[in-house]
Design a protein around this ligand. Structure first.
Ligand code: 3PG
Length: 307
């Protein structure tokens, strides 16, 4: 049986070595497709594999149709909006993610981004401190929680909202204040850190009104997905309010216009780098390899997302 690791943005070498050891140690064959530039390369590579391990690589219905022997896709990471779940389910293909494995890397980047904006993108001039400011976490999952805990260590006042967590105790145990609505959260946020997935409900949901409701001098930090932002709406708010700032690890479609209009009030990383640490690559890559082997050899379906 063959397992393809298809990564347009490759894992660190140590992670690839570890994945190889796990796959080959289980008597499976590893096929590596890195830094591919064309969808045709992916379509060709999937033709005879039983398993696929990916990062943000797009597993569309076309890819699934081209992978005649496919049994499992593991997204080495958290968000699986890049996999056509309906097409996979229809073909009986199991899809998994590796929750939590790269969370720390993303959380550290989110805090680093806050410091970067508070200090004028490391340009001369008087900046401000994170201590004493209100850090609002939008969605309190693996990454959101780590951002909150790290923010608390920096002396920030941490508040959070998560529509799927109704149990106050989840927030209380971390000393984080539970907010009752998105509106309440944004209205109190000096720093708003986004950790919502891109779904039909969340796409385009962060725009003009929420941005306008944020306190004076607020910064929106996006290490989640570009799709959750209503780019025109946020732009309008930033035009009307010269105190608002936006920093993102998932560059907007309108990135050139944002950079041109907002100067030091906007920053976008050239390529998503939240999970780009050796540690995160190893954690997520090896977990993906173990889960792939676990399913192909023993039928283990833990972490399946299309049940
Ligand atoms: C995730 O969903 O896990 C992160 O966005 C990381 O994505 P990446 O593997 O493309 O870096």
């Amino acid at each position: 049986m063959k397992v393809l690791v298809a990564t347009e943005k490759p894992f660190a070498k140590k992670a690839v070595d570890g994945i190889k050891e796990i796959i080959e140690g289980a008597g499976l064959e590893l096929v590596l497709l890195e830094k591919y530039t064309d969808k045709a390369q992916l379509l060709e590579a999937v033709a005879d594999v039983e398993g696929i391990i990916i990062r943000s690589d797009k597993i569309t219905a076309e890819v699934i149709a081209a992978a005649k022997n496919l049994k499992i896709v593991v997204r080495a990471g958290a968000g699986y909006d890049n996999v056509d779940l309906a097409a996979a389910t229809e073909r009986g293909v199991v899809v998994m993610n590796t929750p939590g494995q790269n969370s720390n890397a993303v959380a550290e980047l989110a805090l680093g981004m806050m410091v970067y904006m508070a200090r004028n993108q490391f340009n001369p001039g008087t900046g401000s401190e994170l201590q004493g400011k209100t850090l609002a976490i939008h969605a309190y999952g693996n990454v959101g929680r780590l951002v909150g805990l790290k923010g608390k260590a920096l002396g920030m006042n941490v508040i959070a909202y998560d529509p799927f967590i109704t149990d106050e105790a989840v927030f209380e145990r971390d000393g984080v204040k539970k907010m009752n609505s998105v509106a309440e959260l944004y209205a109190a946020a000096d720093y708003l850190s986004l950790h919502i997935p891109a779904t039909a409900e969340t796409k385009g949901s962060i725009g003009y009104e929420l941005a306008m409701s944020m306190p004076k001098g607020a910064t929106l930090v996006n290490t989640a997905r570009k799709e959750v932002i209503n780019e025109e709406g946020l732009m309008k708010a930033m035009e009307e309010r010269e105190d608002l700032k936006y920093i993102t690890d998932v560059a907007p479609e309108m990135k050139d216009a944002y950079a041109e209009k907002f100067g030091k009030r906007y920053f976008g990383t050239p390529k998503k780098m939240g999970a780009e640490t050796a540690e995160a690559n190893i954690n997520a890559g090896l977990a993906a390899a173990r889960q792939t082997v676990g399913y192909l050899k023993e039928g283990i379906t833990k972490f399946q997302v299309n049940k």
